[in-house]
Design a protein around this ligand. Structure first.
Ligand code: PLP
Length: 380
């Protein structure tokens, strides 16, 4: 279907095209100098001590779980209102996801109170998700984690360029994981980054990324090593030079992309207040500086969400749901350890959620048209 206004759109220019072309011409395609440059640039941008580029955020999250030593019998607390990858990464290690409630209508992030109520003798980690790029209460979450000896992993898939107290989201916990999937604030097509400030964790992540090998093809090409040992069970979670080249260009543009997203978010808020006051807008006046990855609304109670989305579709506007709750998916419900978990507040709020289009290329006219369409759909 061709949308008049899609949910998301990539923002690519000639710079990305020529960056990829120059990699292809160099004839070195697998992880090498361009990837190292991308990692250095992301490290500097984020303020983290170490950064590792990987195939996507899901693999970054899996690597983080492995580096945290998670295994069968361990419990990890996370929200259910997130993309399934957050929970899958935990399950890959055999650990059990324990879903906590969100804060409420104005804050769709994991609730600190709920986290505390879920801690048991089996809890090993907390995996937070900065929903839409809006900060979880990291000072409080770090305090609880320290008090209980828990590892904090940040799913910062939405948070490239989000800050809280001048510190980038993803650099508060032990490992932060970013996504460069094509609908994200910066993209490499598929791609991701893991950051950490811990040297030992960085070494572990490096091994996990490449089959637990002590040297890489790139090291051998440069004559730095002849052979290698395998000292850990690892994976092939390596990025390639074409993606790293796109990532380098996109990272340079990230602040201007995010600024545009903030302006569009503020326009949505102003127009919705004026023309659709019955709509609830989560994260208004939220602490920190969000990268504004998503713009989400909560419909008034009693409104048929599918009918509403259908009317938006008839006007050529693509909307979405972030997210169908993980603990309600068939696969997860079939796990008796998950089936018994209830999240009444999350369930009540999530059924009213609708995501509106948001990307740097969205125009003021587009936003006006979207809000007019919402108003018509609500007042029919
Ligand atoms: C919250 C969240 N976590 C993890 C992921 C997984 O990212 P990737 O597609 O890069 O594996 C996504 C992707 O959309 C996401 O939205």
């Amino acid at each position: 279907m061709t949308w008049r206004i899609p949910l998301a759109d990539v923002n690519l220019g000639e710079e990305e095209v020529s960056a990829v072309t120059s990699v292809l011409r160099s004839r070195w395609l697998t992880m090498g100098a361009v990837t190292q440059e991308f990692e250095e640039a992301f490290k500097d941008y984020s303020g983290a001590k170490y950064a590792l580029a990987v195939t996507n955020a899901t693999t970054a999250l899996h690597m983080a779980c492995l580096a945290a030593g998670l295994k069968s019998g361990d419990e990890v607390i996370l929200p259910s209102l997130t993309f399934v990858a957050t929970a899958n990464a935990i399950c890959y290690t055999g650990a059990t996801p324990i879903f906590a409630e969100i804060c409420g209508e104005n804050n769709l992030n994991i609730s600190v109170k709920s986290i505390e109520s879920k801690i048991t003798s089996k809890t090993r980690a907390i995996m937070v998700v900065h929903y839409g790029g809006y900060a979880c209460d990291m000072p409080e979450i770090m305090r609880i984690a320290d008090a209980h000896g828990l590892t904090v992993i940040e799913d910062a898939a939405h948070a490239s360029g989000s800050f809280l107290d001048s510190r980038m989201l993803g650099t508060w916990g032990k490992v932060g994981c970013y996504s460069f999937f094509s609908n994200k604030n910066m993209t490499t097509g598929e791609g991701g980054m893991a950051v950490t400030n811990d040297k030992n964790i960085f070494k572990k992540l490096s091994l996990i990324r490449s089959h637990g090998m002590t040297s890489l093809t790139w090291d051998r090409h440069r004559g730095h090593a002849w052979s290698y040992d395998v000292v850990d069970l690892g994976y092939n979670y390596r990025i390639d030079e074409m993606r790293a080249a796109v990532g380098l260009v996109q990272l340079r543009k990230l602040d201007s992309f995010n600024e545009k997203r903030r302006q569009i978010t503020n326009l949505y808020i102003d127009l919705l207040h004026e023309f659709c006051p019955e709509i609830t807008i989560p994260f208004e006046n939220h602490p920190g500086n969000s990268a504004c990855h998503l713009f989400v609304i909560l419909l008034p109670e009693g409104i048929d969400r599918s009918g509403f989305m259908e009317q938006m579709k008839s006007a050529g506007i693509q909307t979405s749901i972030h997210y169908p709750l993980i603990h309600k998916f068939t696969y997860y419900k079939n796990d008796p350890l998950v089936a018994c978990q209830n999240l009444p507040l999350t369930e009540k709020i999530a059924e009213r959620e609708v995501t509106l289009p948001l990307y740097p290329g969205l125009t003021e006219e587009d936003v006006i048209y979207i809000v007019q369409t919402i108003s018509r759909a609500l007042h029919r």
